[in-house]
Design a binder for this molecule. Structure first.
Ligand code: GDP
Length: 366
């Protein structure tokens, strides 16, 4: 390939090595006149975007450039992995833009959970991070819940300006854009892409209707989520696809729960009490005695306790200690996996997770 050929559609530098990065094009497609990257090709011909990710430093540069424009920024987050779907430093770059916050994957929450309460929780969490969103919409890209509301909110808050869609990988950005393309594309004919005038942002400008444009940016990878460390096979087990059925364990002190072989939860001290687990229904939870936990882990990791599969190369497990007061209901959150509700009574808890994966404590969301 000639050095420095750019995609006709988005302006990304074309490359044939990595399908997950911007500008990817299969060798065979390079023969064509005016080649476009695979992402633009799919949008043009199938009204479909594919997922690409970008180097975190380049992504922050992109955010900085978006921050200098007068536009609406649409931040897509995963409601089930809210902490893990936050872009670190976003407030610094986008403080002056109007920000519309979309909380995706609402379908995973039990129907009994009040939607207004969740929306308020999302808004408060954003404010704590220093952001004042102009709107918060809960939606499900996969199930098509509230997509009309999403489209209306984008249109209302855009006020004739461009709208940039940003987010970390795996939050459902591509699924959402495809939904919007499908809804808007009905009878709308073929969608074309064009590079952003005068720049190469590796973004895709998607004209929807007259004067409307959605700009899709690649996603940023966050390595501090369990979901980034496991194989695609294991990912299917830990990323929930259906409504979560919370699993309740009444534990005595000195009892342990294993979440596959990925996370270990020790209830060390405190009166007998319930712990409620919000993780994928497909993830095996194994209960054992605290005294036996080390042995169980070393003997059964990768078999009974999986994922991860035996060969997986995860960082060493690291122990974090928590002391909760009675009645202070808290979620212990493991980004990329889910959370455990604790604190019905006072409790000393140890959570073991691979080094580099934080375990966060937040007031119970449900
Ligand atoms: P992207 O990396 O942000 O573009 O995310 P994708 O669109 O590729 O989605 C990541 C994963 O989340 C895929 O397995 C999707 O099927 C799933 N997903 C996307 N939207 C939803 C949703 O609304 N609900 C649920 N349960 N899963 C979703």
């Amino acid at each position: 390939m000639t050095e420095g050929t750019r995609c006709e559609g988005c302006g990304a530098l074309l490359q044939t090595e990595d399908p997950a990065r911007p500008g990817y094009v299969p060798e065979s497609a390079l023969e064509r006149e005016n080649p476009v990257c695979r992402r633009c090709f799919r949008i043009r011909h199938y009204n479909e975007v594919a997922r690409v990710e970008q180097d975190p430093d380049l992504y922050l540069q992109l955010l900085r450039r978006i921050g200098q424009t007068d536009s609406l920024v649409v931040l897509v987050t995963d409601l089930f992995d809210f902490a893990g779907s936050w872009i670190p430093g976003i407030q610094q770059y986008l403080a002056r833009n109007d920000l519309l916050l979309l909380a995706n994957k609402i379908d995973l929450f039990p129907k009994s959970v009040k939607r207004n309460r969740l929306r308020e929780w999302v808004r408060r969490s954003a404010e704590k991070l220093g952001l004042r969103p102009v709107g918060v919409v809960l939606c499900s890209a996969a199930k098509g819940f509230h997509i009309d509301e999403v489209i209306d909110a984008i249109e209302r808050h855009r006020r004739g300006r461009d709208a940039y869609v940003v987010g970390t990988t795996n939050v459902g950005k591509s699924t959402l854009i495809n939904r919007i393309l499908r809804e808007e594309g009905e009878g709308g004919g073929e969608i074309t892409t064009s590079p952003y005038p005068g720049t190469t942002l590796d973004v895709i400008r998607i004209p929807l209707e007259e004067g409307r444009a959605l700009i899709d940016t690649p996603g940023i990878v966050r390595r501090d989520r369990l979901s980034e460390w496991v194989s695609p096979e294991d990912l299917r087990v830990i990323v929930p696809r259906r409504e979560i059925h919370p699993r309740v364990y009444q534990l005595n002190d000195r009892q342990t729960l294993f979440f596959g072989g990925l996370v270990r939860f020790d209830f060390v001290k405190g009166p007998r009490q319930p712990f409620v687990c919000y993780v994928s229904n497909d993830l095996y939870i194994h209960r054992t005695k605290w005294e036996k936990a080390d042995e169980v882990y070393s003997r059964h990791r990768g078999e009974l306790l999986s994922p991860p599969s035996e060969s997986a190369d995860l960082p060493e497990m690291e122990r974090r200690e928590f002391r909760l007061a009675e009645g202070e209901k808290k979620d212990l959150v493991i980004p990329g996996l889910g959370w455990i509700v604790a604190g019905k009574k006072e409790a000393e808890i140890h959570v073991w997770a691979p080094r580099g994966i934080p375990v966060e404590v937040r007031p119970a969301i449900i």
